[in-house]
Design a protein around this ligand. Structure first.
Ligand SMILES: [Zn+2]
Length: 467
C-alpha cells in the first residue's frame, strides 16, 4: 500500500514528467492525488471524519473540504497515519535543540514553524517526501540553474553551501541542512548553517572565512549582504545565489544580482513542502505540480481567477503519507499566470504576493545605523509563550512600538506575556549593539495594512528614520 520509491526512481520520473509536458504532469498529479486521498481516508481518523460526506469515487479536488493548521494541529494524533507517531513523542524529540536535523525513528525529518500566524506547526516528513526533495534538488534545481562552468566552480570550491537561516530551533531551513549533513560525510564538511539572528558584522566575518560556493537565504538577508559586499566588508564569490522564504521584489533581486555578479534564483518554499515552485528566466515561479497542488482561493476558499491575487492558497502535498496535507490553508496570496509562460516550462506559473516584512535600520548610541532582519526580530517576538500575534513598528531612529495580542486561554497572564516579550526583545537588541533602542508598549493590537489588508509582522517607519 505504502510503496516508497527510491531517490533514483523519483529523479527519473521527475525528468520524464517534464519531458512529457502538461498531460504527463497532470496524469501523475491525478494518480498521486487519488492514492493519497484513499490512503488518508483509510489511515487518518481526522480525514475519515472530514471526508465522511465525500463519495469514495467520482469526487474532484474541490469536493474535499479544506483544512486549516489550527484544526489539524489540535487533532494531531488523529491527523497522522502512523499510530507510533504522536504529538507527545515529537514534542519530546524537538525539546532538545541539539537534535535539529537528527533523523527521527527510521529516517524521518521533523521540523516546526515559528508560528507567524500564531499557531506553531509540527511536521514529520516521510521517506517518500525526503526522496522527492533530494531528487528535485538535483533534477529541477541544480540541472536547471547551473551551467557546466558553474559546476566546475562548485567542485573547485568543495561544494561549500552557506545556508543563512533562522537557527536555534527545528525550523525547516536549518533542519534540512543538518539532516543532509547527518546523512553524508561529504555534506557534513561542505554544508553549513549561519544564523541570521547574529549581528551582521559577525555573520560577514564568518562568511568571509567560509568562502561559500552556494549561498541561500531570505531575500531581506541577501539584500543586506549585498550592501556589505558592495561596501567591501563582505568578500565572497558564490557561484549560485538562492532566495527563499519571503517574496522578492524585482528591484531588490536586481541589486543582489549586481552586487555578487550572479543571478538570484527564487524558491517558493514552506515548511509543509520545501520546493513548491522554482523560478524561471522571465521571473515567474513554476509549481512542481506533479508532486504539489496549489489552488489560489478567496476567503471562503472559492477559486480565484487566474491573473488576480488570491486571498490565500490551498496546498496539497502529494508525497507525504505520514501526515497528509490536503487542501491546506497556507495563507499566502498568489497570482496564477493565465497564459503559458514564454520560458516554455510545462509547469503552471505563479507569483507570490505575500510574506513581505521590512528590514529595520536602527540608530545605535554612537550614531551608526544597524540593520535588523525582520525574520530575526520576528523570531524573538514569537519566542515567548502565549503570543498569538505580535507586530513590531519602527517609529523613530531608535524607537520601536510593540503591538501584542496574547493567546487566550493558555494560562499565561497578559502581563506575563508582555514582560517576557519585552525582556526577550531587549536582550536581542543589546546583542545587536542596540541597547539604546526604546521599546514602547502599544495600547492598540496588531493591525493589518489598510491598503493591502495583509498582516505584516515587522514594519519600518515610513519617515524620520536614519538610514
Ligand atoms: Zn516561466
Amino acid at each position: 500500500m505504502n510503496h516508497e520509491p527510491s531517490y533514483t526512481q523519483v529523479a527519473r520520473d521527475l525528468w520524464r514528467a517534464q519531458r512529457e509536458g502538461p498531460a504527463g504532469i497532470a496524469r501523475r498529479r491525478d494518480r498521486r492525488l487519488a492514492s493519497l486521498v484513499a490512503y488518508a481516508r483509510c489511515h487518518s481518523a481526522l480525514y475519515r471524519r472530514l471526508y465522511a460526506d465525500v463519495p469514495t469515487h467520482g469526487w474532484s479536488l474541490s469536493d474535499l473540504p479544506p483544512a486549516t493548521k489550527p484544526e489539524l494541529m489540535a487533532a494531531f494524533d488523529n491527523w497522522v497515519t502512523d499510530p507510533d507517531i504522536t504529538r507527545a513523542g515529537l514534542e519530546t524529540f524537538i525539546a532538545d535543540p541539539a537534535r535539529v536535523g537528527v533523523p527521527y525513528r527510521d529516517g524521518l525529518f521533523v521540523c516546526t514553524t515559528s508560528g507567524t500566524t500564531g499557531h506553531p506547526g509540527l511536521f514529520v516528513h516521510d521517506r517518500r517526501l525526503i526522496a522527492v526533495y533530494r531528487a528535485m534538488t538535483i533534477v529541477r534545481l541544480d540541472l536547471a540553474w547551473l551551467s557546466p562552468l558553474d559546476w566546475v566552480a562548485l567542485v573547485r570550491r568543495g561544494l561549500r553551501w552557506a545556508a543563512i537561516v533562522g537557527t536555534g530551533a527545528h525550523f525547516a531551513g536549518t533542519g534540512w541542512v543538518e539532516f543532509e549533513r547527518h546523512r553524508n560525510p561529504v555534506y557534513r564538511r561542505a554544508f553549513r548553517t549561519f544564523s541570521v539572528q547574529q549581528p551582521l558584522a559577525e555573520l560577514v566575518a564568518e562568511l568571509n572565512a567560509f568562502d561559500p560556493a552556494i549561498m541561500s537565504s531570505y531575500p531581506s538577508a541577501l539584500e543586506l549582504l549585498a550592501e556589505e559586499q558592495v561596501a567591501g566588508r563582505l568578500r565572497v564569490r558564490p557561484a549560485v545565489l538562492e532566495s527563499a522564504g519571503e517574496s522578492t521584489a524585482a528591484a531588490s533581486r536586481a541589486r543582489v544580482a549586481a552586487a555578487f555578479n550572479r543571478p538570484v534564483h527564487d524558491v517558493y518554499a514552506a515548511t509543509e513542502f520545501e520546493m513548491m515552485a522554482l523560478d524561471c528566466p522571465v521571473g515567474w515561479l513554476h509549481v512542481n505540480s506533479d508532486w504539489v497542488v496549489l489552488e489560489p482561493v478567496d476567503a471562503a476558499f472559492r477559486p480565484t481567477p487566474a491573473g488576480q491575487p488570491s486571498e490565500t492558497v490551498l496546498l496539497t502535498n502529494l508525497a507525504d503519507r505520514i501526515q497528509p496535507i490536503i487542501r491546506y490553508d497556507l495563507g499566502d496570496s498568489v497570482v496564477a499566470r493565465p497564459d503559458p509562460c514564454p520560458c516554455g516550462s510545462p509547469f503552471p506559473a505563479i507569483r507570490v504576493e505575500g510574506r513581505r516584512d521590512d528590514v529595520l535600520r536602527l540608530t545605535a548610541r554612537d550614531g551608526h545605523a544597524i540593520a535588523v532582519l525582520p525574520l530575526a526580530i520576528g523570531a524573538v517576538l514569537e519566542s515567548a509563550p502565549g503570543v498569538r500575534r505580535g507586530q513590531i513598528v519602527q517609529t523613530g531612529p531608535s524607537t520601536i512600538r510593540l503591538r501584542l495580542k496574547p493567546e487566550p486561554g493558555t494560562g499565561t497572564g497578559t502581563e506575563e506575556v508582555w514582560a517576557a516579550v519585552l525582556s526577550n526583545l531587549r536582550a536581542y537588541l543589546e546583542g545587536q549593539g542596540l541597547a539604546n533602542v526604546e521599546l514602547v508598549r502599544a495600547a492598540e493590537p496588531p493591525v493589518q495594512s489598510p491598503t493591502s489588508g495583509k498582516f505584516r509582522q515587522v514594519i519600518a517607519a515610513p519617515t524620520g528614520t536614519a538610514v
